[in-house]
Design a protein around this ligand. Structure first.
Ligand SMILES: C[S@@+](CC[C@H](N)C(=O)[O-])C[C@H]1O[C@@H](n2cnc3c(N)ncnc32)[C@H](O)[C@@H]1O
Length: 271
């Protein structure tokens, strides 16, 4: 299957390949056989992603972290809606395997969704939406009668602040209760983007830096902070092989590095 993507959509090839490499490792964190089979089916020069066996586990750890939080939401709300925004070719719906009363939406640009259709089988209660998450139109097709989770992994930094806040505000306004879960880079992290080959290589750009939960909860009415966890302090990061534990200890002790990448989790409405 031929792959022809550029810009932000191309970056999901890096995260996919990282998960495939992780799945092959005897110390796999995510055990994502779906990523492995997707990589096998796509005709692509994977060296272009710049992901290596050494960098792959950090990407897999991020997905494992969100699997934990998404799994908690779905367990607490067996009748719910999940909006997996900027899904790329991530196989979270298969890894989490939610029950039949969860309506799951994978949302990404059309080129990515078209690849998803070719790479993964259809699944009951799982829906594909080819749209920019910044377009308000797609949300009106989503049922609004259940607790709703918006999960965006590796997405917010590709959005401008206005577009990102617009998306969060629309979700909180449309659904009566639920959660927002996403990771974010700080403004310093955004400034350091030239060091990030996964972003630089496809000609992508990062925009939105989030320094603290107040940047979100202070401007999206109705949110309650559940967690703002530095990535280097997450349990899944602590599982990583050498040299990550050392890197984590150093980063944790320097405030600007500690806040460079954070997992955010908020609740809204009566959940
Ligand atoms: C770094 S990848 C992460 C993919 C996936 N979440 C993962 O962790 O493997 C970023 C993804 O966000 C998507 N994305 C960026 N901006 C978007 C937008 N405005 N609308 C929809 N998807 C977007 C890209 O197409 C890409 O699939």
């Amino acid at each position: 299957m031929h792959v022809d993507l550029s810009g932000p959509p191309q970056t999901m090839l890096a995260t996919l390949y990282a998960k495939a490499l992780d799945a092959d490792s005897p110390h796999s964190i995510l055990h994502d056989q779906y990523a492995k089979s997707a990589v096998d089916r796509l005709d692509y020069d994977w060296s272009q992603t710049t992901i290596t066996r050494r960098s792959a586990p950090a990407v897999a750890a991020r997905s494992a972290h969100f699997d934990l939080w998404v799994g908690q939401f779905v367990a607490a709300h067996p009748r719910s809606v999940v909006l997996h925004v900027g899904c790329g070719l991530d196989a979270r719906v298969w890894r989490i395997d939610p029950g039949p009363d969860v309506e799951w939406y994978d949302i990404d640009h059309a080129g990515v969704i078209s690849l998803r259709e070719q790479v993964y089988p259809a699944r009951e209660h799982a829906h594909l939406v080819a749209a920019s998450v910044t377009d308000p139109a797609w949300l009106s097709d989503i049922p609004a009668d259940r607790p709703t989770l918006l999960i965006g992994e590796g997405l917010t930094m590709y959005l401008t602040r206005d577009d990102g806040l617009g998306l969060l505000n629309r979700v909180v306004a449309r659904f009566s209760s639920g959660e927002l879960q996403f990771d974010a880079f700080s403004r310093a992290g955004i400034r350091a983007q030239f060091t990030n080959a996964v972003v630089r290589r496809p000609g992508s750009r990062l925009y939105w830096g989030i320094d603290s939960p107040a940047d979100i909860a202070g401007v999206v009415p109705g949110l309650r902070l559940l967690a703002a966890l530095p990535v280097v302090e997450a349990a899944t990061f602590k599982q990583l092989p050498w040299p990550y534990p050392l890197m984590g200890r150093v980063m944790s002790s320097v405030p600007v590095l500690r806040r460079m990448a954070t997992y955010h989790r908020y609740a809204f409405g009566a959940v």
